[in-house]
Design a protein around this ligand. Sequence first.
Ligand code: GRF
Length: 210
Amino acid sequence: MKKIKTAIFLSGEGTNFKSIYDTCLEKNCPFEIEIVISDRRCKGYDLSKSLNKKTYIFENCEKITFEKKTNMVLKQNQIDLICLAGFMKILSEDFVKKWNKKILNIHPSILPLFPGLNTYKKVIQYGMKIHGSTVHIVNSKVDSGPIIAQSAITIDDLDNEISIEKKLKKSEHYLYPIAIKKYVIKTFFKNNKNSLKIEKNKYSNIIYSI
Ligand code: GRF
């Protein structure tokens, strides 16, 4: 089976990248990480290098230059799908159009609630008792494309931004790889739905809809 060549874009810690990387080591994973692109020197960039992934950094450049360089390496490496994993640049409409329905993102809220930055802060300000993450297709509006999968966690009175982030990331590390698998199978392997195995009970305090 041909594996779908994926590019990861990141700007931060890279913990979601690592969970996707681990999933790709599974024998029947329908996609593989071909390259990693970063727009800055960050932990995720260092991690990718240490895992011997083909890693590119295009830093301190205007969006137009970043996207030009990026498009070149995406083409060179025959990339099929882009997964944003903590990538902090907003991609241009042209770029998103060119990669129509081939860019996925994970956002730390149950969209359409709390698009944009500082979701943990907002969740606390509103006194939310439930929070979560969303994997969606990227379209030209920020954090608003079609939803692929969501997860939810509970928040209690003792939680703060740090503890919420920790819980949420743990759920993301499960959610994002499965959501990518689901999307890849649906989009690229329409007739081979059997390969999607969902281990629903891995983390008992998290609920998912995939
Ligand atoms: C995640 O919480 C994700 O939802 C958001 O950025 C964060 C990236 O974390 N888009 P990491 O770099 O994968 O640790």
